[in-house]
Design a binder for this molecule. Structure first.
Ligand SMILES: [Zn+2]
Length: 630
């Protein structure tokens, strides 16, 4: 097992679990949306991010802390974390396709960080330059451990990518300081923004240094005891309202809750703590059933970037921060490795293809922070029109997106004692334990996935293929975990073809989701669809879907988006709503009548939907995922 741990070039290397992850370099992605996203990430997003590290102040701030350069501190107190996430993205990219420029960026950054780091190991340019007397004194909102966590993850990535000895040394000095103060020293401080927990566990996995795991464990079990001072947002915001083992639902700031859950699963797996694992799974089940957008997005409230109540899932005000989608993938991946259950891979797929992929423009240089399911003609957020932007003052999302895209190969397949499991269907090659498997597919546009064994260690082994919950049961019966099992004495040249049913589906919301009542959405395979004004012949706000409409999949090239599959559906154009007076009228007035005699007032039209992740790439018009039924 330790051999595998040392060898895995990926974000996660648990010492135990039902499934074992592969390295980024064990999976070559060749085309399909994942391949396109990785190519654009490398060609456009990462160069933009590297430029922004200077412009946004992230690197200049650290120069200041190192006593180099002039000016004053720029940006937020967590500005350092942008550089750490960017470093992680670059390290995984180097792991995928080695490049001297990436290696040099990691080396230069590590050298700068080493110069900026205090002799005792402390490193945070904001507190060093702006508030040196407040170090670790306002953890409820300081993000000092949050930033440290992203440093640790960057260092783990660089070390596993073979370009990070110096960065790892910086990270360990800081981690040792945290251990000295918060574990050995007895300080019960906890960062208001969870993140360092999962990072400490990974640093432990890399180095074998057990105090890192013990500190992560302490931070988790001390949460919910009122040890985090009120930042002004209340205890739920930072998940400090209840002990982690007692909480039964996700609350507060969505990204914090989801990063915390990743740390909870990590600690549970490394300490064999079944109770801790069970409480996370309990919250997962509640979250999926009551607080998850159809796109896999999380966070119903702009206020506090927070989860709402159960079934509070407004399409227009959905927050669905891009970072929450990323954190959800991290959490689900940990649960998948720990339990082997395909439902986590299903949610990873839904999140990646929808909530996550929509965060980035087709060209890779514009990003959403917030991912709503509806945009009206007059939608605006603060001073901008609800469109993707090049960068943000609070730029947590873009470099976070980049680190996940660079590491996508890690989330495709795993091994166990029986063989190889494939969780995500992408064209390319998977290598693990003497097995080489070629995957040919045009998924998710086409449901056929063809596997060819190129090499095998000999003897019998099992190829496990995830059968998505949305796929009609075909000739393959999935096991209890949701995987079709093919156990054979595979020989080189053997093939197997999986056919997934991509018939488009009209989907209705749970009746308790008041904000969506009377509406339907369209899905095909893993993709959620939306309507954009640009594709319609009438005002989208006056259209209603015919409940028994046949949904027609149409392959087409769209400018800027390449080849995609659109869905055509039957709809009616409703009479315009009265323009004056209150927008509430008695039941028996004409605009509320649905009797068949009034149907001539409704003009039949054909409406066209595009994959949600491709929206906002053409104009800034109206969009909706959920559409009223006629
Ligand atoms: Zn974010």
């Amino acid at each position: 097992m330790s051999d595998l741990r040392d060898r895995v070039r990926g974000p996660l290397a648990p010492s135990t679990g039902v499934q074992r992850p592969l390295g980024i370099d064990d999976v070559e992605i060749e085309g399909g949306p994942f391949g396109r996203w990785q190519a654009i990430n490398r060609e456009a997003s990462i160069p933009l991010g590297l430029e922004q590290m200077e412009k946004s102040g992230a690197v200049p701030n650290l120069r200041l802390a190192a006593g180099e350069g002039g000016g004053s501190f720029q940006g937020y107190r967590f500005q350092d974390s942008d550089l750490y996430k960017q470093l992680e993205a670059v390290a995984w990219e180097h792991s995928r396709l080695p490049d001297d420029a990436y290696r040099a960026f990691v080396a230069e950054s590590a050298a700068l960080l080493a110069r900026a780091q205090r002799p005792d190991g402390y490193l945070n340019s904001h507190y060093q330059m702006v508030k040196p007397d407040k170090v670790f004194a306002e953890l409820e909102y300081s993000h000092e451990m949050y930033c440290a966590g992203h440093l640790f993850q960057a260092a783990v990535a660089a070390a596993r990518a073979g370009c990070g000895e110096e960065l790892l040394a910086v990270a360990r000095r800081f981690a040792d300081l945290l251990v000295e103060r918060f574990l050995v020293g007895g300080d019960d401080g906890i960062d208001g923004h969870a993140e360092v927990e999962t990072a400490l566990v990974e640093l432990y996995r890399l180095t074998g240094e057990r105090p890192y795991l013990e500190l992560a464990s302490k931070l988790i079990d001390n949460r919910g005891k009122g040890l985090i001072a009120d930042s002004g947002m209340g205890p739920l915001y930072a998940q400090d309202h209840l002990p982690v083992r007692a909480a039964d639902t996700a609350v507060g700031h969505a990204v914090r809750q989801l990063y915390l859950e990743a740390g909870v699963v990590d600690v549970a797996v490394e300490t064999g703590d079944e109770e801790l694992l069970a409480c996370s799974i309990r919250r997962w089940e509640d979250l999926v059933a009551t607080k998850t957008s159809i796109t896999g997005g999380h966070g119903s409230r702009h206020d506090g970037e927070a989860f709402g109540e159960r079934y509070e899932l407004p399409p227009d005000r959905a927050y669905n921060e891009s970072c929450a989608a990323i954190a959800a993938v991290h959490w689900n991946w940990r649960l998948l490795l720990a339990t082997g259950h395909g439902r986590y891979a299903d949610l990873i797929e839904r999140t990646l293809y929808n909530a996550f992929a929509a965060s980035t423009s087709a060209g890779g240089t514009r990003f959403f922070y917030v991912n709503p399911l509806q945009r009206r003609a007059d939608l605006f957020e603060d001073a901008y029109l609800g469109r993707r932007r090049e960068w943000f003052a609070c730029a947590c999302c873009p470099p976070n997106i980049m680190r996940l895209v660079s590491s996508l190969g890690h989330y495709v397949a795993t091994t166990d004692d029986e063989g190889l499991s494939v969780h995500q269907y992408v064209p390319g090659t998977i290598r693990a334990g003497g097995i080489t498997l070629a995957v040919e597919t045009d998924y998710p546009w086409d449901g056929r996935v063809r596997f060819t064994v190129r090499a095998t260690p000999g003897g019998e082994w099992t190829l496990k293929l995830r059968v998505p919950a949305w796929s009609a049961p075909g000739e393959l019966t999935p096991n209890a975990d949701g995987y079709a099992e093919l156990r054979r004495a595979w020989k080189p040249g053997d093939t197997f073809t999986l056919d997934l049913d991509l018939t488009p589906r009209l989907v209705l919301p749970h009746r308790r989701i008041d904000a969506l009542r009377g509406c339907a959405a369209i899905e095909r395979g893993p993709l959620v669809y939306c309507f954009e004004q640009i594709d319609q012949t009438a005002d989208l706000e006056d259209l209603a879907l015919v409940p028994d409409t046949r949904l027609r999949a149409v392959r087409r090239d769209l400018p800027g988006l390449g080849s995609t599959v659109l869905i055509e559906a039957d709809a009616v154009r409703l009479p315009p709503a009265p323009p004056e007076g209150l927008p509430y009228t008695p039941q028996n007035t004409p605009q509320n009548t649905t009797a068949p005699t009034d149907l001539p007032a409704r003009t039949p039209v054909t409406v066209t939907a595009v994959p949600y992740y491709q929206w906002d790439n053409r104009d800034g018009g109206v969009m909706r995922v959920w559409t009223p039924l006629a």
